[in-house]
Design a protein around this ligand. Structure first.
Ligand code: NAP
Length: 244
């Protein structure tokens, strides 16, 4: 039987690359999305045409009820989840003093509460099976902090705290919890950055490149599999040496 992976925010960018990677490696992929229905369905269709299995599943992961419904549906259809990748996220740049409380709460809801909800719903069946791998998604800014991205940095730093604490709690149940903290990756999340800024970021990166979603997906796959069987509570940062 195929292993089952649930990837949140898989309609584009890093999540989509993760969905493709896991599907090509033989996983049954449940690809969560929020708004991008058409794009998600086109991608799933492309995968199906190649004999791979990606099932789109709509849910706003910042909503506890919707996450509960999504996980229940997966468990009733497939019986278990082997790997959970909490990838969905949003970013917003603004002066700290210009952020509204609503924007702050929304950032926390999508980037942090969603991780709490997804882990909480997926864990009971993982604990019953005494196995599972959870991968959360932070950012280099969650490690070092970014000017004009205080709520984002705070939410991503909290994801690291959640990862480390949860890893300690569920390690004795055979479940590993690790975090990916990517550097600058070429996705729509960075679509507002000018070509000039992207060039500068490239120059500041020792490996002289902007990361690709596929490079992050490779890290996620490594963390999910047996090669990482002694890794838990760790933060792996594919960032080309930008932050060391
Ligand atoms: P992206 O291209 O903007 O894609 C974001 C994904 O998250 C989309 O699939 C979107 O779904 C989904 N999403 C947003 N809100 C959601 C919600 N409430 N419920 C369910 N899904 C939701 O972003 P990305 O660059 O691939 O980033 C993916 C993750 O990596 C994020 O957590 C981000 O913070 C992190 N990261 C990115 C970078 C970077 O440079 N790109 C660097 C470090 C960390 P819909 O399209 O369906 O709305």
């Amino acid at each position: 039987m195929s292993k089952v992976v649930l990837i949140t925010g898989a309609s584009r960018g890093i999540g989509r690359a993760e969905a493709e990677k896991f599907a090509r490696e033989g996983y049954q992929v449940i690809a969560n999305y929020h708004n991008s229905k058409e794009r998600m369905e086109q991608f799933a269709q492309q995968m199906t045409e190649q004999g791979l299995s990606v099932i789109p599943m709509q849910a706003d992961v910042s909503d506890e009820v919707q996450v509960k419904r999504m996980v229940e549906e997966i468990l009733s259809q497939f019986g278990h989840i082997d790997v959970l990748i909490c990838n969905a996220g949003i970013a917003r740049q603004s002066l700290f003093t210009d952020f509204t409380a609503d924007q702050w709460h929304n950032m926390m809801a999508v980037n942090l509460d969603s991780v709490f909800y997804c882990c909480k719903e997926a864990l009971p069946s993982m604990i019953r099976r005494q196995k599972g791998s959870i991968i959360t998604t932070s950012s280099i800014w969650g490690i070092s902090g970014a000017s004009c991205e205080v709520p984002y940095s705070a939410s991503k730093a909290a994801v690291i705290g959640l990862t480390k604490a949860l890893a300690k709690e569920v390690g004795p149940s055979g479940i590993r919890v690790n975090c990916i903290a990517p550097g600058v990756i070429d996705t729509e999340m960075n679509g507002n950055l000018t070509a000039e800024v992207m060039e500068e970021l490239k120059e500041e990166t020792p490996l002289c490149q902007i990361g690709t979603p596929q490079q992050v997906a490779d890290c996620a796959f490594f963390l999910a599999e047996e090669g990482a069987s002694f890794l838990t509570g760790q933060v792996i940062s594919p960032n080309g040496g930008f932050l060391i």
